[in-house]
Write a new protein. Structure first.
Length: 564
């Protein structure tokens, strides 16, 4: 119990404070926060809306979490990100319990530190996106499915006190919650993992049809809480739109998010530092354990890792967090290698040292150079000469003092300390490496996030915030954004023209032709002002419109308003 309490306290200290210190980032963070805000405004907790129109891309479970937080703490960044901070506490305790159950307390601690001390897994608990909870539910579902199989096959090396049907039930409920969080891909990832394991079993029916149907029905019980009620109230149109969107997401680079085939390999290698370096070693020959369940769980984790990585390599849309489900098996495999290094079953060889210093060096160099470049943005402008918006972003008034190199120097010190202690005190050295890297993540957030946000979007968000008390409608032209909805706190009473706005943003109509048609805004009273925000490279389109007046520009954003 003392370890669990310590994990909760440390996790709370790292994940909760200052989580609302930076604006939410467009698109995903602001998109989900706006869904939650509109849920509160409309007092409609069954249906999800964006721009006060039905939104069929995501189910509502995570939106409910955010809406609860906003109802308690207000509509702000802290409330939007708090659910994931809480998810961080659940996740760390959960994997500690699994590690302790399957191996021992030391392994549970190492796995917890591997997750906690890797860069992207840590940072996602400080975000307002859906994926941390989504991944938690999928992994929980797969874990309990494995326990059910072990119970059914009478694995003698582990004591399972419940019967197999209990574990299948819990597995299904977890997967159902995953479906209710982000969609049927939760069921797809789980079933692909089960299928690949079946192939490794040489097509032996390690679970029977009744087991799988029971698991599936349990998953449907959870999803039926919402999908069933939605169909009963509104028919199948929403479900049809939801399915069409999921197919489009898999078959096309949705919203321009394309990428090269090895995109997610690079994301996991660099983003999951330092765990990724040790996880690579797990795919080479390792000594087998005497315990059947330990060897089997390693196989399950390797299968899950490759299922996620290959699946989202095939998917046309390439977004960083799509492969985040791989954080669970990746950090487990890293912990397994670290555990064996500590027990002197394998060596910390030159390749592990090289990988650690190479990827660590990238972060050291990046966080050392960034403050220097921040003080000399003119050095970057030749590189952005073909992108007027990026060039204008660099004109943001950001105060770089030079002390921002502290994270760089800290990480360098951590790596040196790790290598010094490794031979004589391997356990302590890994604790220093992993816990120290979590501190490095906190330092990076403290020194860099607000400065990055100042370049990327702060000028626009400041404009939107200045219009909160004004009865106005704000449009974006030439780019897609949700920031104007959330930060200007758009009113539900303005919904009558939002269908057209969605068409504009999605490029389904000729946007310039629609904007120049003043009749499109004819149903708005003259007292209700219209503002249009454009990026600098699209602003000339709007300057040619007689009834628009340019009222300012800042850091690549140009602001217009309607004139009589």
């Amino acid at each position: 119990m003392k370890y669990r309490i310590a994990i909760i306290i440390i996790g709370a200290i790292f994940f909760i404070p200052f989580v609302g210190n930076a604006h939410l980032f467009d698109w995903d963070e602001i998109n989900f926060a706006e869904l939650s805000r509109e849920m509160l405004v409309l007092k409609d907790y069954l249906n999800v809306h964006i721009n006060f129109q039905p939104f069929w891309e995501k189910p509502p479970l995570f939106i409910w979490f955010q809406a609860i937080a906003m109802n308690i703490f207000g509509v702000n960044e802290f409330a939007a990100r708090l659910p994931n901070a809480i998810c961080g506490l659940f996740t760390l305790v959960f994997i500690f319990n699994i590690g302790k159950r399957l191996f021992n307390t030391q392994f549970g601690i190492i796995w917890t530190l591997s997750y906690f001390g890797s860069i992207l897994p840590f940072l996602y608990f400080k975000s307002g996106i859906i994926d941390p909870w989504f991944n938690f539910f999928i992994f929980g579902g797969i874990y309990y499915f494995v326990l059910a199989y072990w119970k059914k096959d009478k694995f003698s090396s582990i004591n399972l006190s419940k019967n197999q049907w209990f574990y299948f039930l819990i597995s299904g409920l977890f997967i159902g919650a995953g479906i209710l969080t982000k969609g049927p891909v939760a069921f797809l990832i789980a079933c692909l993992t089960f299928f690949v394991y079946w192939c490794f079993q040489r097509f032996r029916m390690y679970v029977n049809i009744a087991n799988f149907l029971f698991f599936t029905v349990a998953a449907l019980l959870i999803t039926g809480v919402w999908f069933g009620v939605e169909v009963w109230k509104n028919g199948f149109w929403f479900v049809e739109e939801f399915v069409v969107y999921q197919i489009r997401l898999f078959s096309t680079p949705d919203a321009g998010h394309g990428g090269f085939p090895g995109y997610h390999f690079v994301v996991l290698l660099v983003g999951c530092f330092p765990a990724s370096i040790f996880a690579i070693r797990s795919f080479f020959k390792l000594q087998q354990s005497k315990n059947q369940h330990e060897n089997d769980f390693v196989l399950w984790m390797k299968i899950l890792f490759w299922v996620v990585l290959i699946l989202f390599t095939i998917v046309k849309s390439k977004i960083v967090h799509y492969s985040s489900m791989a954080y669970f098996p990746l950090t487990f495999l890293a912990a397994h290698v670290i555990y064996k290094i500590i027990r002197k079953e394998i060596q910390f060889n030159k390749w592990l040292k090289f990988g650690l210093l190479l990827i660590g060096g990238v972060f050291i160099l990046a966080t050392f150079i960034a403050p220097i470049l921040g003080q000399h943005t003119e050095w970057l402008k030749p590189l952005t000469a073909k992108d007027p918006f990026a060039t204008a972003n660099l004109d943001a008034d950001v105060n770089w003092t030079g002390i921002e190199v502290i994270p760089s120097l800290f990480l360098l010190g951590i790596l040196i300390t790790f290598l010094i202690f490794l031979k004589k005190q391997p356990l302590k050295s890994f604790q220093i490496l992993l816990f120290g890297n979590a501190i490095f993540c906190m330092l990076v957030l403290g020194f860099f996030v607000n400065k990055i946000e100042a370049y990327a979007q702060n000028a626009a968000i400041s404009f939107y915030e200045s219009k909160v008390t004004e009865d106005c409608v704000i449009y974006t032209y030439g780019y897609k954004s949700y920031a104007h909805l959330f930060y200007a706190k758009k009113r539900s009473s303005q919904r009558e023209i939002h269908v057209e706005n969605i068409l504009l943003e999605r490029g389904a109509v000729n946007s310039l032709a629609r904007i120049t048609d003043i009749g499109g805004f004819g149903n708005l009273p003259k007292t209700q002002q219209i503002y249009i925000v454009s990026k600098i490279h699209k602003a000339d389109d709007l300057r040619s419109i007689q009834w628009l007046e340019e009222i300012g520009n800042k850091n690549g954003f140009v602001f217009f308003k309607r004139i009589d």
